[in-house]
Design a protein around this ligand. Structure first.
Ligand SMILES: Nc1ncnc2c1ncn2[C@@H]1O[C@H](COP(=O)(O)OP(=O)(O)OP(=O)(O)O)[C@@H](O)[C@H]1O
Length: 332
């Protein structure tokens, strides 16, 4: 049983194809993550799933409902926690949730009990009567997430749930997301550009770049597919560099080689066998090895192997995102 199914989904803004013919499904109860850099098409896809944008082509079913034909039913079955916090700073935490409960048409006699339940879950009961202006960034995010849970959605959408937060707060939020997932037994679809977040939270990850899905798999399988070891090699280039690369490609156990100028990354299933062979070939061809190291693959390596570039995780993103979101709102 799928919570999200999409086929040939495409979204263009003028000449720009932000989401380019993507098809995939998310199983009921899964935590599924879209991992990709700025501008990859993550938020656009999520906005289509949450009925805030219409696709140019293709379609999607969310919670079994068609986003184009049954948008109201889709909205009743989902929670959407946007990247920007939507809480009102001058209201208390509880007042914010009351407002959210009314917007979600939660029956009056259930409101207080549901608010108590989510406040307890995200451990904000003690601070519920304080104005949000006094809350830290992490507490505001928790309150935002709580607001998305009040109507007990079947599918929860989290757009970059920890962007702009420090690493300790980020890890705390991951714990809350895991707790919510278990307690509410819901499907979670999240977007992130943090490798560690995708690795820690997601059952499966879709790597998205330039509007296209490059691969979908479990983090573990993705890493295993690269081989269990990585040899990073920096050489002093000379006329034999091309032959050196050709010879390396012939070595048994090497699954893939990425080249970045004089830096070579070799994905292998048996580093200890491969390293002596590298030294042998380099001495035969007169190639000087400046450095060599053997490590275990990370999700960063997986990302590079599928996209050919790093995810560019820079701190300026948060402000850029705010500008971006403002632009989106203005254009709608
Ligand atoms: N309303 C819009 N009008 C025009 N272009 C848009 C609009 N929304 C998004 N885009 C463009 O579509 C592309 C994908 O944007 P999207 O926000 O989906 O990316 P993303 O992966 O979520 O990255 P980011 O985290 O930077 O938002 C980008 O090039 C973006 O500039």
């Amino acid at each position: 049983m799928y919570s999200i199914e999409t086929k040939s989904l495409t979204k263009s803004f003028g000449d720009l194809v932000a989401v380019n013919d993507i098809s995939f499904s998310v199983e009921k109860g899964e935590i599924f993550g879209f991992l990709g850099p700025n501008g990859a098409g993550k938020s656009t896809t999520m906005m289509i799933f949450t009925t805030l944008l219409k696709p140019t082509n293709g379609n999607a079913l969310v919670g079994g409902f068609d986003v184009l034909k049954n948008p109201k039913q889709v909205r009743e079955n989902i929670g959407f926690v946007q990247q920007e916090t939507t809480v009102d700073e001058y209201l208390s935490g509880r007042e914010n949730l009351l407002l959210q409960a009314k917007l979600n048409h939660i029956p009056k006699n259930e409101i207080n009990q549901r608010i108590d339940e989510v406040l307890d879950l995200i451990e904000l009961s003690d601070k519920q009567d304080e104005a949000v202006v006094t809350y830290s960034g992490g507490m505001r995010k928790r309150l935002d997430i709580a607001g998305g849970l009040l109507h007990h959605p079947r599918v929860l959408f989290l757009d970059e749930p920890t962007v702009g937060l420090d690493i300790q707060t980020r890890r705390k939020i991951w714990q809350y997301i895991k707790k919510i997932h278990t307690q509410f037994d819901m499907t979670i679809f999240l977007t992130t550009h943090y490798m560690e977040e995708a690795d820690s939270l997601c059952d499966r990850i879709g790597i998205i770049d330039h509007g296209k899905i490059q691969v979908i798999d479990t983090p573990k399988n993705m890493k295993n597919d690269l081989g269990n070891e990585i040899i990073s090699l920096v050489i002093e280039s000379n006329n034999n560099s091309d032959s050196f690369l050709l010879e390396l490609k012939k070595i048994e156990f090497i699954k893939k080689i990425n080249e970045d100028d004089s830096k070579l990354t070799l994905f292998t299933s048996n580093g200890t066998e491969v390293i002596p062979k590298i030294f042998q070939i380099s001495s035969e061809l007169g190639i000087k090895i400046k450095s060599i190291s053997l490590t275990q693959p990370t999700l960063d390596d997986v990302f590079i192997s599928y996209t050919g570039h790093e995810i560019r995780d820079d701190d300026s993103k948060y402000n850029r995102r705010r500008e971006h979101a403002k632009m989106k709102r203005l254009r709608q």
